[in-house]
Design a protein around this ligand. Structure first.
Ligand code: CP
Ligand code: NVA
Length: 307
C-alpha cells in the first residue's frame, strides 16, 4: 500500500524507530530514477535544501515549485494539484499552511491508485521530518539509538507543530518529554492522551509552566520560535506571554551538567533562546540542521518499503 508521511501517527512508534535507524545508514540509491515535487506554501532554508540534496544523493531528481506556481486551493484545488504532480513525480513533498490539505491530496491520489506518496515538510499541525533529525542529533550524544532510552527532553516554549512531532518521536524511542509552556499555549488533555500512545520503554510525557523546575536533570533542552509562520499578528501578545520561557544560561545551569540544547531554527536570539546559549558549547543546532538531510534517507526508505 502507498505510504504517506503526513504525521508521525501515520508511522507509529515502531515505524519511527525504523526510520531513525534507516536514516542513520546515510545515503543509498533508494530514489534511483524517481522524481520528487517539492511545494512550499511558506518560506524555508533548511527543509528545502536538505530535502533537495537528499533526493540528489539518493539518486533522484527534485523539482522545486513555489506556492505561486501551483496555488493550492487558489489556482486549482488541492486534489487537482496532487493529481497533476502525480502525473510526473513519485513523491510530493510539501510545506503547507493548513494540515487538512494533506489528507485531501492523499485521498485524491489513493483514489486513482497511482502509488504517489506525500511527505509533510511542515504544516501548522506537525513537523515530522524535523523530529527524525532531532532524534538523530540526540542519538549522537547517547552512543546511538539504544542509548536514548531513559533520557529526558524538556521543550520550553510554544506547544506547537515542532513540539508535537518532537514529543511523538521522543516517546517512541524511550525518551521522556516535558512540555513547558505558559497557560493558553500548552497541549490540552486530549493531545497528551494521543501523545501517550507513542510511549515505549517506560517513557512518559508531562506538562509544566515552571521552566526552572522543569529542566532539572534534563538531558536536552529544546525550543522553537514563540510565533510560528502564519501567526505573525499575534507576535506582540506572544512576546509577553512567553517572556519567562526562554533558554538562557541561568536556565541551562539548572539542567544536567551534560545537557545539550536543540532548536529547529530559525532562531530569534533574545526571545526563545539567548545568543550565549545558541552559540555556546552545549548547543547542537548545527549538527541538528545537518541531520535534516540524514533524516530524509529514513523517510524515503520508509516510503519505499510501502510500494
Ligand atoms: N527547521 C526548519 O524547518 O527550518 P526551515 O523553515 O528553514 O526549513
Ligand atoms: N514552529 C515554526 C517552525 C519553523 C521551522 C513554524 O511553524 O513557523
Amino acid at each position: 500500500m502507498t505510504r504517506h508521511f503526513l504525521d508521525l501517527t501515520d508511522v507509529g512508534p515502531e515505524g519511527i524507530e525504523s526510520i531513525v535507524r534507516m536514516a542513520a545508514q546515510g545515503p543509498r540509491p533508494i530514489l534511483d530514477g524517481q522524481s520528487v515535487a517539492m511545494v512550499f506554501e511558506k518560506p524555508s532554508a533548511r527543509t528545502r535544501n536538505s530535502t533537495e540534496m537528499a533526493v540528489v544523493h539518493a539518486g533522484g531528481h527534485a523539482v522545486m515549485i513555489s506556492d505561486a506556481e501551483v496555488g493550492i486551493d487558489v489556482r486549482e484545488s488541492a486534489e487537482d494539484v496532487a493529481r497533476t504532480l502525480g502525473c510526473y513525480h513519485q513523491i510530493i513533498a510539501a510545506r503547507v499552511r493548513n494540515h487538512a490539505v494533506f489528507s485531501r491530496m492523499a485521498s485524491a491520489l489513493d483514489a486513482q491508485d497511482n502509488q504517489v506518496s506525500i511527505i509533510n515538510l511542515l504544516s501548522d499541525y506537525s513537523h515530522p521530518c524535523q523530529a527524525i533529525a532531532d532524534m538523530l542529533t540526540l542519538a549522537d550524544e547517547c552512543g546511538g539509538v539504544d542509548g536514548l532510552r531513559g533520557k529526558h527532553v524538556v521543550y520550553v516554549g510554544d506547544a506547537n507543530n515542532v513540539a508535537r512531532s518532537l514529543a511523538q518521536a521522543c516517546l517512541a524511542l524511550g525518551v521522556s518529554v516535558t512540555i513547558c509552556a505558559p497557560p493558553g499555549y500548552q497541549f490540552d488533555d486530549a493531545t497528551i492522551a494521543e501523545l501517550e500512545q507513542f510511549a515505549r520503554f517506560d517513557a512518559a510525557v508531562a506538562r509544566s509552566d515552571d521552566p526552572m523546575t522543569a529542566v532539572r536533570g534534563a538531558s536536552a533542552l529544546y525550543t522553537d520560535v514563540w510565533t510560528s509562520m502564519g501567526q505573525e499578528e499575534e507576535a506582540q501578545v506572544r512576546r509577553k506571554a512567553f517572556a519567562q520561557f526562554s533558554i538562557t544560561e541561568a536556565l541551562l545551569a539548572n539542567a544536567a551538567d551534560e545537557a545539550i540544547v536543540l532548536h529547529c531554527l530559525p532562531a530569534h536570539r533574545g526571545e526563545e533562546i539567548s545568543h550565549e546559549v545558541l552559540e555556546g558549547p552545549r548547543s547542537r543546532v548545527w549538527a541538528q540542521a545537518k541531520h535534516r538531510e540524514t533524516a530524509m534517507y529514513g523517510v524515503f526508505g520508509w516510503i519505499g518499503e510501502g510500494v
